[in-house]
Design a protein around this ligand. Structure first.
Ligand SMILES: Nc1ncnc2c1ncn2[C@@H]1O[C@H](COP(=O)(O)OP(=O)(O)OP(=O)(O)O)[C@@H](O)[C@H]1O
Length: 254
């Protein structure tokens, strides 16, 4: 479980995060959503320690990641997996080398053990017999799967995904969302996804935090989100015309 307690961040005179509180449970896929520029990425960066908040706490299963000692921070970092926006795969390494990288950096496993773990993770994300392909030789959806395999190779307790389906067609995007949801459930991971994608919201949003102008404006899940009475959230959700029409239809028939 990750708890965010009263986190605030200002850049210059701009308040980017203002007293955010949230709880992200394990075995759950939690989403941080909101319009562009409203503070989602800054919040994610505060949670993973890339930005120091001005105020507040981030607790990983009770361990303070902001003011904890170096050993605690190192221990937490070792338990984090990241799927970066745009994948961040190494162009010069093949699929196997990309997924093996965290094992090379952070473990003393033998080559055989590493290969076994890499093959297990590649199989889990639905990729087999592509070990020797270069990232440029596989599709965008396959690159995401490689990114997910790399993110889970160290068996993380916490998984962060920044816009995991940007640049993918809607069907592939849903498959990637579903894969993230399944892995979260299967390995009891605390997963946080930053997204604008309403398909993701409706597919995997077990807990949803809506950030508006740096504040938590709403929290709930995919079942309750379309019932919101917040005009700002309604505007965000129903910017998608299909959803707006479906919701109007639902209102007419109920
Ligand atoms: N390092 C920084 N220095 C100064 N301002 C920053 C910094 N990082 C982010 N900001 C500002 O903080 C605000 C929130 O940015 P953030 O990247 O969190 O938005 P976002 O909601 O993730 O948007 P998007 O969906 O477009 O990625 C923006 O106004 C941005 O310009």
């Amino acid at each position: 479980m990750i708890e965010v307690v009263d986190v605030s961040k200002t850049f210059g005179d701009k308040v980017v995060l203002d007293g955010i509180n949230a709880r992200f449970d394990d075995s759950n896929t939690s989403l941080i959503i909101g319009q562009s520029g409203h503070g989602k990425s800054v919040l994610l960066k505060c949670i993973v320690g890339l930005i120091q908040p001005d105020k507040g706490k981030v607790l990983y299963d009770g361990r303070d990641f902001i003011s904890g000692d170096d050993d605690t921070k190192r221990e937490i970092r070792r338990e984090i997996g990241m799927l970066f926006q745009g994948n961040a795969l190494f162009d010069s390494k093949d699929v196997e080398g990309n997924v093996m990288f965290p094992l090379d950096m952070l473990t003393s496993m033998s080559r055989e053990e590493k290969l076994e773990r890499v093959n297990f993770c590649l199989k889990r994300v639905g990729l087999e017999n592509v070990n020797k392909r270069m990232p440029s030789e596989i599709s965008g959806g396959m690159q995401k799967r490689v990114g997910i395999a790399r993110a889970i190779v160290l068996n993380p307790k916490y998984l962060f995904c920044d816009e995991p389906n940007s640049g993918l067609d809607p069907l592939t995007a849903i498959k990637i969302d579903e894969l993230i949801g399944e892995i979260t459930d299967e390995y009891k991971i605390t997963t946080i996804v930053v997204t604008h994608d309403m398909n993701s919201v409706m597919t995997i949003g077990e807990y949803i935090l809506y950030i508006h102008r740096g504040r938590k404006l709403w929290q709930g899940n995919s079942q309750t989100i379309t019932d919101t009475t917040s005009p700002e959230l309604q505007e965000f959700i129903f910017a998608n015309r299909l959803l707006r029409d479906a919701n109007n239809q639902r209102a007419k028939t109920s």
